[in-house]
Ligand binder design. Structure first.
Ligand SMILES: [Fe+2]
Length: 346
């Protein structure tokens, strides 16, 4: 809604980006205004300003509050997993009790937080890539296990398998995972041993279930049989492994090592669909895309034409280009290929 600048109050949320007369961005859409911001806007001598209506403001603030809570729990899981990883790197034991302490709150989020995936996307990215990646894969694996219809027990298993899937990297020089240079073929082969190294390490040191060990060993197998280390195909790859593989691909897409290469969840789910049959199990990818769509319908997004709108419909075969409702129009991005989603506001 458009209001006069003198009607602005702390707590209101900007509906659209705010620019100076020269086109410099002052405040981004989604910013929650405080007295400082209002004073800054006042100095610009703008007449009208576009802020969210009360309902959208409440939703936006609720997301900020719950993201802060998840952020804390997530950061804690990343820190604790880092300790587990470093102990293993120094030849120590992977302590199952600690794994249980890390994964139990994650399972609770999965079972009871109805906006988990949306919050996960809204969170800031961390620097400790390996640990951040593992915790994200853990959460997404558990979520997918829930959507597939697994019992709470299997959600827990998926969460643990997701957390530990790359633990074998402790046995490989870290520099080979930075992605900042082309690896020699020997180095690439060495990197490919991390699933087996992880399996051996966990099998020798822990009483983790065989399901979890298999998922660690086979998380780079492909549905079409072109993966490693054993070239397993289709149903020969365990269900838990197929779940972790999808989570791993999704996290790689949405939280790439280089942040600039990350894509939004709409684009990621379309890519996941494209990778069905070849890389990923088609039944589970379909469940995954349905699950994601439920989270990301209703999001307020910023479009490349400068407008802000709400995603009202996701076409499952073209999930990167949903139908968006702006203040006074519907924009079907599958038709308007000249317009893209620039960011998700909330
Ligand atoms: Fe891996």
């Amino acid at each position: 809604m458009i209001i006069k600048v003198d009607q602005l109050k702390s707590g209101m949320v900007l509906q659209a980006d705010l620019f100076t007369a020269n086109g410099d961005l002052i405040l981004a859409a989604g910013t929650i205004l405080n007295e400082d911001f209002i004073e800054r806007i006042d100095r610009l001598k703008i007449d009208n300003i576009n802020v969210m209506d009360d309902q959208s403001t409440l939703r936006s603030k609720a997301l900020v509050t719950s993201v802060n809570a998840l952020d804390k729990a997530y950061h804690n899981a990343v820190d604790r997993f880092k300790e587990v990883y470093l102990v293993a790197k120094n030849g120590g034991k992977v302590d199952e009790e600690v794994i249980d302490e890390i994964s139990t709150p994650i399972v609770e989020e999965i079972l009871y937080n109805s906006s988990l995936m949306r919050e996960l996307w809204a969170m800031t990215q961390y620097d400790d890539y390996t640990f951040d990646h593992s915790v994200s894969v853990s959460i997404i694996s558990g979520l997918l296990a829930k959507w597939v219809g697994d019992s709470e027990n299997l959600v827990k298993r998926a969460t643990v398998a997701g957390l530990l899937h790359d633990i074998g990297k402790v046995a490989i020089p870290e520099s080979l995972f930075n992605g900042d240079r082309q690896l020699t073929s020997e180095e690439a082969e060495l990197v490919k041993t991390h699933p087996l190294k992880g399996y051996d390490l966990l099998k020798a040191q822990s009483n983790l279930s065989d399901h979890v060990l298999q998922a660690v060993l086979h998380h780079h197998e492909q549905y079409d049989g072109a993966g490693y280390p054993h070239g397993l195909k289709g149903e020969a790859i365990s269900p838990l492994t197929r779940i972790v593989s999808i989570a791993n691909v999704y996290v790689n897409l949405t939280k790439a090592r280089k942040a600039s290469e990350s894509v939004n969840p709409y684009t990621a789910s379309e890519k996941i669909r494209e990778l069905s049959y070849q890389l990923l199990d088609p039944h589970y990818t379909s469940v995954f895309i349905d699950g994601i769509s439920n989270f990301f319908v209703g999001n307020v997004v910023k479009l490349s034409n400068g407008l802000v709108g709400e995603v009202v419909l996701i076409n499952r075969s073209r999930s990167s280009r949903p139908l968006v409702k702006t203040e006074d129009d519907f924009i079907d991005l599958s038709v308007r290929k000249d317009i893209d989603i620039v960011s998700i506001i909330y």
